[in-house]
Design a protein. Structure first.
Length: 128
């Protein structure tokens, strides 16, 4: 039997029943302040996500600083990482985090052989 998810003493069903302003009271101060000040844009984003899900379209956004609220749980949102859109499946453990935390903007550097002209000895080689 899977363990029941609890966030600050509330189950996921109880959190979904809360308004965004009520949910903000369970967040840390910086996130609470963001949600209370950007309440209209957060509501607009959630309603847009629900419309796109009903239409069967993928949700694509550049809104990396959006705080994950209970209404977004179980959605797949494609977050822009600067180059392309990375699909992010929202799970209950992500509550209170930001979307950008799950779409990494940097890749691991993979070095290979140096290019032509990179060293003094490679400058003398002929180019095929």
């Amino acid at each position: 039997m899977p363990k029941e998810f609890i966030y600050r003493g509330k189950t996921l069903e109880e959190l979904r029943a809360l308004d965004i302003r009520e949910f903000a009271q369970y967040l840390k101060s910086r996130d609470r302040r963001y949600l209370l000040r950007q309440f209209a844009s957060v509501e607009k984003f959630i309603s847009r996500c629900k419309k796109k899900i009903q239409a069967g379209k993928p949700i694509r956004t550049h809104f990396r600083d959006m705080i994950i609220v209970p209404a977004l749980v179980d959605m797949t949102i494609c977050v822009h990482n600067g180059k392309d859109f990375v699909p992010v499946k929202i799970v209950p453990e992500m509550l209170g985090h930001r979307l950008g935390e799950f779409a990494i903007t940097r890749k691991k550097v993979q070095h290979s052989a140096p290019g032509i002209g990179a060293t003094r000895s490679s400058a003398a080689l002929s180019v095929k």
